[in-house]
Design a protein around this ligand. Sequence first.
Ligand code: NAG
Ligand code: NAG
Ligand code: NAG
Ligand code: NAG
Ligand code: NAG
Ligand code: NAG
Ligand code: NAG
Length: 849
Amino acid sequence: MDICIFFLLLLPSLFQALPYSLSATSDNHILEQGSSLSVEKQNDVLVSPNGVFSAGFSPVGDNAFCFSIRFMKSSVPTIVWMANRNQPVNGKASKLSLLRNGNLILLDAGRIPLWSTETTSPIFVYLQLHDSGNLVLHNIKNESLWESFDSPTDTLLPGQKITKDASLLSSKSQTNYSSGYYTLYFDNDNVIRLLFQGPDPEISSVYWPEPNVRPFEAGRTTYNNSKTAMFNSTGYFQSSDDLVFSASDCGMVLHRRLTVDPDGNLRFYSFDEKNMEWVVTWQAFPQPCRIHGICGPNSLCKYDHALGRRCSCLPGFKMKSNLDWSYGCEPVGFNYNSLVNNSQESGFVHLASTEFYGYDKDFIQNTTLQKCKEKCLSSQCKAIQFKYSADDGYYNCYTKPQLLNGHQPYFQGDIYVRMPKSVLSSIKKSMKELWLNCPQDSNALLLNRTYEKEGQNRLLKFVLWFAVSLGGVEFICISLVFCFLFWNSSEDLDKDTQEYMLAATTRFQKFSYDELKKATRGFHEEIGRGAGGIVYKGILPDDRVAAIKRLINDGHGGEAHEFHTEVSTIGRLNHMNLIEMWGYCAEGKHRILVYEYMENGSLASKLSNSNALDWEKRFGIALGTAKGLAYLHEECLEWVLHCDVKPQNILLDSNYRPKVADFGLSKLQDRGMPNNSSFSSIRGTRGYMAPEWVYNLPITSKVDVYSYGIVALEIVTGKKPAGSQFSESGMMTENHGRLVKWVKEKMIGADTSQTDWTEEVADSTMSGKFDKAKLEVLVKVALQCVEEDKEARPTMRQVVEMLQGYEEEKIFDTPKVPDASCESELPYFDNIGKFTDEENNSRTFLMGH
Ligand SMILES: *[C@@H]1O[C@H](CO)[C@@H](O)[C@H](O)[C@H]1NC(C)=O
Ligand SMILES: *[C@@H]1O[C@H](CO)[C@@H](O)[C@H](O)[C@H]1NC(C)=O
Ligand SMILES: *[C@@H]1O[C@H](CO)[C@@H](O)[C@H](O)[C@H]1NC(C)=O
Ligand SMILES: *[C@@H]1O[C@H](CO)[C@@H](O)[C@H](O)[C@H]1NC(C)=O
Ligand SMILES: *[C@@H]1O[C@H](CO)[C@@H](O)[C@H](O)[C@H]1NC(C)=O
Ligand SMILES: *[C@@H]1O[C@H](CO)[C@@H](O)[C@H](O)[C@H]1NC(C)=O
Ligand SMILES: *[C@@H]1O[C@H](CO)[C@@H](O)[C@H](O)[C@H]1NC(C)=O
């Protein structure tokens, strides 16, 4: 008896001995042993000390809640973790309880355990939400028994690790948080991959890195079996398989997350404090249709910048589940089994520029369409892929027993879908009726595809068949997509094709000299020439169009492995305003670099061609170029100076988005030079070079800022920095600084003569059509950049900020994930009965799990 009393007396003092922080319960920072958070009380949440994260019940549907950790600064809280994503709890009587035995448990409707940490502890425990967003179950010795960071859902936060036991699994959709189809995980061979595992258990495939590229070629290693990956708050992601990437805004952002989105894309997000929203700063796939399973079987995924991604069924098919494209489409009024051994009954629907990735059954080289079709008819085949191989000069045939991963139109090859003749003719019939709805200008429909020998209108016919099978809304969407495509000039279409394809899945790879020789047809078509080497246009074995640069110091290129190290550093730089390097070749004396090909050529060529650039484009180019350079200069990357910023090195894609080219080559070019210093020789181009070069001063990133300033002035004025048109300024004995001086004189002159200097400096080819305020800012920023004193020049990051003040554009165009317009997505928990029976606490209201 005495002992009992002794213990009773001791109990209060035991509690007082707990860490000071435990007394903070009233501030919602701690959940103590023996207490719980109720779904019914709004204030029953844990808040991190910095107020950024909160843990509590989030509504996920009608009377359905999940216990989750939320990022609270966004206008709508962002869910970063969930305890019970697949089994929501009732809105009545459900609670999260920290039991006396140390177990943390989620009780549905007050009784049914749905989830628990399965922890026990002989000593006192408490639950705390840390500033990092990690929910941790501590004991009083400050040891952690369980952490939410060890079991991520679809999101990784800074410092949180992906391991062999912790992978990311996407949500079903933006509004349905239950488990989706895409996983980021460590594979058995130690490589981190993205996997699609669809609703059909038989269909699963790895789609990143590119499945037909070996890990080494994708820049990964299989030798490190520690299997850990994480990113730090600077925005630098690093994995034990050598995968590294960084956010385009690395360095300065307070909050970041990495999420496997419902559309299967892996994206880095930064929080934009000003607009209270997340902005994408890196993504694994710029071309979302290359993600497997995205539209399900028997369907096509199409993508364009204006409309985003959309799914549609093949002609003769309809959507299987209105809820979810992942189930794809099913044939209307026929089935493939009845077609087998019945070749008389089958016909083919032709879809141009279409691919169904994977699942090739038979492969016939150098064949005809007729033979290919026959092969298909004689087997269990749903379609054929018929593709011209430009290198070999003949067609290849692949038969497809499955129609998966279909996408259009950025592919050079055609699909012929097998179909009963009866279905074919009904599709054709309904097509005729819609003919009038199509664009009248038939010229605009021509595709310049040299290997296409037959009628040019087949793609158009397909649009119509398609529209018929899909009906109203879909038709409008599809027409828009196609009109968009067709009304781009026919030349553009062909070139876009390659550009988007590449951007997609490719990683850095090593080419053989023979491959590149073949790709360029013996270094035949020269498209550019610079100090570093000569650039040729080429077509890679996988049909991508590339710019292939043969370095001039071919032969003094250093050891192949050193070259590899340096080049792969450059190859990893990944930003929308930097030209993408796809690979290289270091064989014998040959040193060759392979880049993406840019259809609009260089800024230099567009500036010299009057009328090519309106003011919007010019400002966009100035801003984009600044962003690209800012990324190069960012501290968290290896220090990369460009050293030769000039209009010839700023290339333009089909949307006139600038991409800086030729960066990182300084070191490569210095190989073989006697002096070991990184900058043993003056580099750069007359007119764009900072005074430091001339006066032999230390070289810093400010040399690029100077050159950028000159380029910006050139963009505004259309005048070359060292051109003869400045003779009026007299006296100048060196070219250096002529353009700058001219602009300054105009500005000062305006002060006295009360004229508008912007009119005077603006390139006359714009015919006065420009935004005066923006132009003023750009000129003023440019003049700061060309200050003689390098300390007086801003950094590239500051340049971006100054320009961005005038441009709402985000660091990266936020993608539409997933796009809403044409896809139907029903509200969550549509048909679930409300909880009414309080007495019984019945949980039949939750779908039959
Ligand atoms: C608990 O441990 C963490 C590191 O594991 C430390 O940062 C923290 O200050 C400790 N808390 C207390 C109350 O000792
Ligand atoms: C394996 O990867 C880890 C994590 O990136 C790294 O710390 C470790 O040094 C690597 N081991 C080897 C042998 O490269
Ligand atoms: C088709 O024909 C082959 C050989 O003639 C036969 O083995 C197969 O069972 C047939 N399939 C069907 C569905 O009739
Ligand atoms: C392709 O096949 C045709 C006809 O069989 C033949 O004449 C031609 O030489 C073949 N081409 C190649 C490259 O094998
Ligand atoms: C198609 O392209 C070829 C080669 O690029 C060119 O010679 C031809 O004029 C083009 N035809 C049309 C109709 O644009
Ligand atoms: C993140 O990692 C990069 C590369 O290792 C490093 O430069 C940077 O300092 C790191 N940032 C933080 C906050 O640790
Ligand atoms: C959300 O996804 C789950 C898992 O596929 C499914 O069972 C549930 O019906 C979905 N809810 C709605 C309303 O689509």
